[in-house]
Design a protein around this ligand. Structure first.
Ligand code: FES
Length: 244
């Protein structure tokens, strides 16, 4: 007899505002990911099941959920049937819209703090001249450039859970990426933005953001480096002000 995979999926009905775990059983397939299993349930058992996905290869960042209690991408997590039933729930620290779909708008707004758009508006950029970067300069921003905005780090962060206004791990890692970029010409504006009340100081370095990051971006370390840069930035600003 074909082996079965059992999944408990948290369903949320926005009309009644109630949630419950619903159990499904599907035939086991070799190499099946949690995303494959959830898609199979939607295709064959309950078309009302709501979840997000797109690339199936850990690139688009849209399939983040809580799998067996931990934030993870469904497309990068295999169904380990020997460990019993698999529980899939929506990401923590976000309002749930329906079933496994959460509202990430508030967290996405925090990316403005990193001022990512200004990288393109380089004041000395010219169409006639290449903006050369050495391999060493590129290497400095390699790790922090890998973020796919999957929001697993926001879901794992207890500070975000306590204070949704905290800029959060991914926005900080993005800011660090721009500050370390040899093309950056507005470090002061960026640091002004990052050292506000809900900026980098809020991080208590628990480090869960880096543990769950599927791309090994290490936002926890980026945040600590930003704190050091922030101290220098604020001190410099104070001293400059005093001289005036
Ligand atoms: S479906 Fe794109 S990251 Fe999982």
């Amino acid at each position: 007899m074909a082996k079965k995979v059992s999944l408990k999926i948290r369903r949320y009905n926005p009309e009644t505002q109630k949630s419950h775990l619903e159990e499904f059983e599907i035939p086991e397939k070799k190499g099946m990911t949690v995303l494959d299993a959830v898609n199979h349930i939607k295709d064959t058992q309950d078309s009302t099941l709501a979840h997000r996905w797109s690339c199936r290869m850990g690139i688009c960042g849209s399939c983040g959920t809580i799998i067996n209690g931990k934030p993870a991408l469904m497309c990068q997590t295999f169904c380990e049937t020997d460990k019993g039933s698999i529980t899939v729930e929506p990401l923590r620290n976000f309002p749930v819209i329906k079933d496994l779909i959460v509202d990430t708008d508030n967290a996405m707004e925090h990316f403005r703090t990193a001022m990512p758009y200004t990288d393109i508006i380089n004041r000395h950029a010219s169409l006639d001249k290449e903006m050369i970067q050495t391999p060493e300069q590129r290497k400095k921003i390699e790790q922090s450039s890998q973020c796919i905005k999957c929001m697993l780090c926001y879901s794992a962060c207890p500070v975000v859970g306590h204070n949704p206004n905290f800029i959060g791990p991914a926005a900080a890692a993005l800011a660090y990426r721009y500050l370390e970029d040899s093309h950056d010409e507005i470090p002061n504006e960026r640091m002004d933005s990052l050292t506000q009340k809900n900026g980098v100081w809020q991080c208590s370095f628990i480090g869960e953001c880096s543990v769950v990051c599927p791309k090994k971006v290490d936002p926890a370390i980026a945040l600590q480096r930003l704190k050091t840069m922030g101290v220098l930035h604020v001190t410099k600003a104070l001293l400059t002000k005093r001289k005036k």
